[in-house]
Design a protein. Structure first.
Length: 136
């Protein structure tokens, strides 16, 4: 009966050693996996993310540059989603200064000067000009 108990404890010892080796191997695999994922995420962040960011900037920049080149308007002074007013000046639409028909609102960056001349007139005077009436 002594042999039987001795064999049993040897089997249990061998089993414990094998289980320990298994978990040590799993720990090494998990550590290797985490190192790999850290390296991969770092590469993605350093290469792909910067390339995508540069690509988007290259696409958006030409549009935004031309959009913000509107006269007398800065990007901080208005929200482009809403219409904003643009005054007639000596440089832009001088024929419209003081005209009651002058609309002067930009919609999505496109100025609507008036109903008769949506883009304004090229001449110094406008044939449809009428004095603006102020109500007191």
């Amino acid at each position: 009966m002594e042999n039987w108990q001795k064999d049993f404890w040897q089997i249990m010892e061998t089993l414990a050693d094998e289980v320990e080796r298994f978990f040590l191997g799993m720990t090494e695999m998990v550590d290797t996996f985490f190192e790999f994922t850290e390296e991969l995420s770092e590469q993605v962040n350093n290469t792909i993310a910067t390339e995508v960011d540069q690509y988007l900037q290259d696409i958006v920049e030409p549009f935004s540059d031309s959009y913000w080149e509107l006269d007398n308007i800065s990007s901080e002074s208005f929200d482009p989603a809403f219409p904003y007013s643009v005054e007639a000046t000596k440089e832009k639409n001088p024929a419209c200064i003081g005209c009651k028909h002058y609309h002067g609102y930009a919609y999505g960056g496109n100025l609507l000067v008036c109903g008769m001349h949506p883009s304004g007139v090229e001449e110094i005077t406008c044939p449809d000009w009428e004095k603006e009436e102020f109500f007191d």
